[in-house]
Design a protein around this ligand. Structure first.
Ligand SMILES: Cc1cc2nc3c(=O)[nH]c(=O)nc-3n(C[C@H](O)[C@H](O)[C@H](O)COP(=O)(O)OP(=O)(O)OC[C@H]3O[C@@H](n4cnc5c(N)ncnc54)[C@H](O)[C@@H]3O)c2cc1C
Length: 306
């Protein structure tokens, strides 16, 4: 990470303090090994430890024809988020975006046992209970079927911890870390892993040795994505279960809440937040006291909702 908090093309370096000033902590951590990496063990090499956060999610995605040009739309898309205990008909997150070829892509997501919108009928019924743009977006003809996706847990593998590992072997993308897609970081993450690899290979490493420098660079990216995505889910689960968390974590979550709420009120805060969401900047940039003060001030100056 550069001094200005930006990820350079090689993803850069970060200190030992963890991500974004957030100390490393277990997120319901369960180090385990899985069948996919068993062949490594059989070959006398170390299997990378597997860390999991159980957070079952259910996605349903539908494509619908869009008779109106994007330029004529009142809003360039919509995102509806519901508090953990108050989903709308099982929907915790809904998104509608106009895309190429005069189509809408619409996504409904439920946590745990909620599996909203598994058929076109159920999909439209659920959207009818959501902000009106979701009804508009699903009014056209459906293109293909609604596609569902279930993910039981977020998971990451710790390649930096292995001591006996084959040279010329690296893992990238979801094979290293996969998390709740609702945070939209999987593709950015995978692209940054590739960037780390380019940086590593560009430095002329000894290819006969384990690619430790690559794994160390990649860990910067994985830590960030894990902190934002799995950390966000862990905060939601703790809030739902009323779990006591250490004071420093509670303070960090309060700060993130201030920032995210202020994204609706202050364009500078929105830009800072989006840069972190899109993985263009490190989450440490959100810990800037001036930005936090700006976020808090935005709340104080905002008229009270009636
Ligand atoms: C429903 C859903 C929505 C998502 N939304 C977003 C989003 O909005 N933004 C975002 O950033 N990320 C999103 N993601 C996550 C993103 O898709 C992944 O993080 C990303 O695609 C990971 O890239 P990858 O190259 O590691 O794996 P993949 O994209 O899965 O690519 C792996 C490829 O390997 C192929 N393959 C598998 N086994 C073999 C084999 N034995 N031989 C040959 N080929 C094989 C597969 O067919 C596949 O093409 C979403 C994921 C899902 C499931």
């Amino acid at each position: 990470m550069r001094g200005d908090g930006e990820f350079p093309s090689g993803a850069g370096r970060v200190g030992q303090r963890g991500v974004g000033g957030v100390r490393r902590r277990p997120l319901g951590k369960d180090i385990d090994h899985d069948a996919e990496s068993n062949w490594l063990g059989q070959d006398g090499h170390d299997q990378p430890g597997l860390e999991r956060l159980e957070a079952p999610i259910n996605y349903a995605t539908g494509l619908f024809t869009r008779p109106v040009d994007i330029a004529e739309l009142e809003a360039p898309g919509a995102l509806a988020l519901f508090s953990p205990d108050y989903p709308s008909g099982g929907v915790s997150v809904a998104a509608a975006n106009p895309i190429e070829d005069e189509r809408w892509i619409v996504m409904l997501m439920g946590y745990g046992d909620s599996r909203p919108g598994r058929t076109v009928g159920a999909f439209r019924e659920a959207c009818a209970e959501l902000p009106p743009i979701l009804t508009t977006a699903t009014a056209g003809a459906v293109i293909g079927d609604v596609v569902t996706y279930h993910q039981a847990e977020s998971r990451r593998r710790h390649f930096t911890d292995v001591s006996r590992f084959p040279a010329r072997l690296v893992s990238v993308g979801d094979a290293v870390a996969s998390f709740n897609p609702v945070y939209g970081q999987g593709m950015s993450s995978a692209a940054l892993h590739a960037s780390c690899l380019a940086f590593h290979l560009g430095g002329g490493p000894d290819l006969g040795s384990v690619a430790r420098e690559f794994f160390r660079l990649q860990q910067v990216v994985v830590d960030v994505a894990w902190a934002v995505s799995a950390g966000g889910d862990a905060a939601r689960l703790d809030a739902r279960d009323g779990t006591d968390v250490p004071e420093d974590i509670a303070r960090q979550r309060w700060a993130v809440e201030q920032i995210t709420a202020a994204t609706l009120l202050d364009g500078n805060v929105t830009r800072a937040f989006n840069n972190v969401s899109y993985m263009l900047r490190h989450p440490a940039t959100l810990a800037d006291p001036a930005l936090l003060a700006r976020a808090v001030a935005a709340h104080q100056e905002a008229p009270m909702a009636t």
